[in-house]
Write a protein that binds this ligand. Sequence first.
Ligand code: MRU
Length: 406
Amino acid sequence: MTIESIPRTIWWNEGKVYLIDQTRLPLQGDVLVCSTHEGVLLAIRSLAVRGAPALGVAAALALALWSEKEGAEIGSVDEYLARMAEVAAEITAARPTAVNLSWGAERILATAREAARADGGLATEGLRAAVLEESLGMLDEDEERNRSLGAHGAGLLAEKSRVLTHCNAGSLATAYYGTALGVIFSAHEQSKIAHVWVDETRPVNQGGRLTAWELRMAGVPFALIADSMAASIMRNGWVDAVIVGADRIAVNGDTANKIGTYGLAVLAKAHDVPFYVVAPSSTVDFSLPSGEGIVIEERDPRELEGFTVSGTFESGSPEASKAFDMLTSEGAYEVPLAKGHAMTIDRKGGAYAFDAWFRMTPPNINTFNPAFDVTPAELITAIITEKGIVRPDPDYKTALADALGA
Ligand code: MRU
């Protein structure tokens, strides 16, 4: 069992984008095939592809798909660039917190604009070739960055480290290899990891579903815990480092990451445990002075009110195919349960696949479901990037710019 057992997250083949549907992991290993940019957009909105660096690559590949399909129909360079900018804005708006989405889209826009300048603005063919080459290059580039930040981070860990991680900042959150888990994989290869505590990460359970899946595939020893257990585990002295990813880092070092990260940073400080943020340089937003300006995505209350189980009907069973026929004709239907509870079944993706959502709470209650929080820079021991390690500094912006060569 090694990291190589983990399949790639997203790839391009013969004019289509393929991605692992992360909403259906770990029970189902479905691959979504997107032949239009709208397909990738849907995948981003539904969390089929998620995690900041993976979102950056998905944005780039969505634009490449647009360029190869709709863009190929446009003769005028000006019109191609104007329409691409509209599509890029649509992609960027799909999820507001992770900066990588706009970073990926803007990089492809810049590539197209640059190709237009070089081409003298005469033909869109040259632009399309440049866009495709740039977006495909970002897949390998992301993996290289992650392997490099993994090596930097592993150097910070002592022998027999017991680390705690939150959410999924693994291979699935990137094109390949992962950021926080990249450090853990790299340290594991050096036999430095004694144990990983995996926060389940309510309400979407990226830890329990995705991080646990990756660590098991890679043969890294771990135990899953409920988020509320981190405090007592730290108090018991069982954690040597907390290692998390990031969705956006402001230039003063404030860092947005999955909801619950800030609480872990406070706990780490209280128990004198180093708290490391691991992210590629593309996650640093040099336009943002502090974490106060970070827009926090609020998600569907149903994530809090119930839980979803993904499944596939047994294709040979008449009862199952009767149920599936109902789904095909109705799309989704609600099964009334006693005492106002409910179960909704939705057809999902390919043949016989479904999602069943079960209500756990009373109906018609108020909820608040922010998907991210911001950890202030002073609680972060170091930010680990592919270019090196940045430690708190009175002039954090210059320290980040120097380290990243920005
Ligand atoms: O809502 P998600 O699953 O996209 O959130 C992902 C996270 O918060 C990750 O921790 C973060 O993107 C870092 S991924 C390398």
